[in-house]
Structures are given as C-alpha cells and as structure tokens.
Design a protein around this ligand. Structure first.
Ligand code: RP5
Length: 160
C-alpha cells in the first residue's frame, strides 16, 4: 500500500470514501483504517510512526470537529499528511477546517476543502505526489484532467 487513508470515526467514511474512489481511478493502492486522535491515541502514534517503514508514502487523514488527527499524525511522521476537514453537525466543518489548517510552524499538514470535494482532492493530490516519481501515473492524471476539461467544454449550456 502506498497511501494510508485514516479517519477519526467510521462515521467519516461516507466522506473519506471519495479519496479512495479517486485513488481507484488511477490504480493507486491504499489502506483504510479508523484511527482516532482522542479515542485511540496509542494506535495513532503506532500507525503514524511505523507508516514509512511499512511502505506508505502519503497519509490522508480525515476528521471532524476538534480534528486533531491530521496534525498529530504529522507529528509522528515526516511523510506528507493531507488533512480532510469532515463536515460536522454543529458547525458544518468550519471547526474541522480551522483545527486542521492552523498548524504551528515546523509541522506541516496540507489542508483540503471541507467534505466530499476535499476528500476527492486529497486522493488526487496524493496521486500527484506519487506521480512525481512515476511518469505513468502522472500520465493517467494528465488524461483525467484532459477528459474533465473536454467534458466542460462540450457542455457549455448550463440550462441543458
Ligand atoms: C471525530 O469526531 C471524527 O472524525 C468524526 O468526524 C467526529 C464524530 O465522530 P462519531 O461520534 O460519529 O464517532 O473524531
């Protein structure tokens, strides 16, 4: 597995599955796991600190509310960590977004958009990061982008 997709709760899966679906498009292998910064802190430490030696190259971490999972994962590994703010019930994910993006200098998390688009783009960005070392993967991403552009250009009338 080259990408680790972790999330704070099983309830995050409907959002995080969009990251997995994007990786599927490009044939990138990944693993998925519920790892909670608050409910399973030791598991988080173990997961993130052993990820590199297990062959993981990028971690995608999604969480909602007091979303400490991406930042704490980044604290335990030097692998790139992409954070997905999951939409929360009380504050619509603004709490998740601010929790994930406001990292202190010296420990980086790449923060994506709130919810499904952020999860999908985390998958896309993980593929792009891996694509830096894999020309055939980058070619698949180029093709995906080209098809996307052609679809928009072929459907210019919003009322149709
Ligand atoms: C966070 O709390 C999870 O990432 C989830 O988004 C949120 C709610 O979790 P559940 O109460 O649904 O398990 O840790």
């Amino acid at each position: 597995m080259t990408v680790g997709i972790i999330m704070g709760s099983k309830s995050d899966w409907p959002t995080m599955q969009h990251a997995a679906e994007m990786l599927d498009k490009f044939g990138v292998k990944y693993e998925t796991k519920v790892v909670s910064a608050h409910r399973t802190p030791q598991l988080l430490a173990d997961y993130a600190s052993t990820a590199a030696e297990r062959g993981i190259k990028v971690i995608i971490a999604g969480a909602g509310g007091a979303a400490h999972l991406p930042g704490m994962a980044a604290a335990f590994t030097s692998l790139p960590v992409l954070g997905v703010p999951v939409k929360s019930k009380a504050l619509n994910g603004v709490d998740s977004l601010l929790s994930i993006c406001q990292m202190p200098k010296g420990v980086a998390v790449g923060t994506l958009a709130i919810g499904d688009p952020g999860a999908a783009n985390a998958g896309l960005l993980a593929a792009q990061i891996l694509g830096c070392q894999q020309p055939e993967l980058l070619a698949k991403i180029d093709e995906f982008r080209k098809n996307q552009t052609e679809t928009v250009l072929a459907n210019p009338n919003p009322a149709e």
